[in-house]
Design a protein around this ligand. Structure first.
Ligand code: CA
Length: 223
């Protein structure tokens, strides 16, 4: 799994990168806020470890911009700011967790794993795209008021597309989020699962919501 660390303090960043790599993660580092936001928006990250005080744009603003853009990648704040108000602010803004420096690496790792186990991070209870409704807490999907019965994998695949409606989700990102980064992408399992998903979500209805962008990926959008 690929993680992004946005941290301007070189030593902390290096320490984090090294430790996370040793635990099997692929880790990119951004040392300033604007660069971090750009990477966060285009990269297929499973989680972002985010510092608050950063050059060019602070962590609050990065989180704010990501959430406003509908990007739901889980965010763990790692910061020296230890006031209760700061923690509350971070969590209210949609961060998934908040850890204060100095921190124990083992605790950070445990918290990252907990967030990743929760799946796709903190989500809206019900996502709506056109007449499609995805209730992530109850694993319930309806379209035009009709229940759609999706397998677990189909549900995760739909949720992956629904994380950023209107944006093309690359095949690579789908493989990483829905299967595993080490998954053999030479097979057609993505296409096969996508076909089954579309048969349920789109085929019975007049207007398709899942669109194929040839050679790139898929987009979930009411057109
Ligand atoms: Ca800092």
């Amino acid at each position: 799994m690929r993680l992004l660390v946005i941290e301007d303090e070189q030593r902390t960043a290096t320490h984090l990168q090294k430790g996370l790599r040793e635990n099997g993660f692929v880790v990119d580092v951004a040392y300033d806020g604007v660069e971090g936001l750009q990477l966060a928006r285009i990269g297929a990250y499973a989680l972002i470890v985010l510092d608050v005080m950063l050059p060019s744009m602070d962590g609050w603003e990065i989180l704010n911009q990501l959430r406003q853009a509908g990007v739901r990648i889980p965010v763990l704040f790692l910061t020296a700011r230890d006031k209760v108000e700061d923690r509350v602010k971070g969590l209210e803004m949609g961060a998934d967790d908040y850890l204060v420096k100095p921190y124990a690496f083992s605790e950070l790792l445990a918290r990252i794993r907990t967030i990743l186990r929760r799946g796709l991070g903190k989500q809206e209870e019900v996502l709506r795209i056109g007449d499609l409704e995805i209730d992530s807490r109850r694993h319930k999907v309806t379209r035009a008021g009709q229940n759609l019965y999706l397998s677990r994998r189909e549900f995760v695949l739909l949720s992956c597309l629904a994380q950023s409606p209107g944006e093309v989700v690359s095949r690579t990102r789908i493989v990483e989020q829905v299967w595993d980064i080490n998954f053999d992408t030479g097979t057609n399992i993505v296409e096969a699962t996508m076909r089954r998903l579309r048969a349920k979500v789109d085929d019975p209805f007049e207007k398709p919501l899942i669109h194929n962008v040839r050679g790139v990926g898929y987009v979930l959008e009411a057109r």
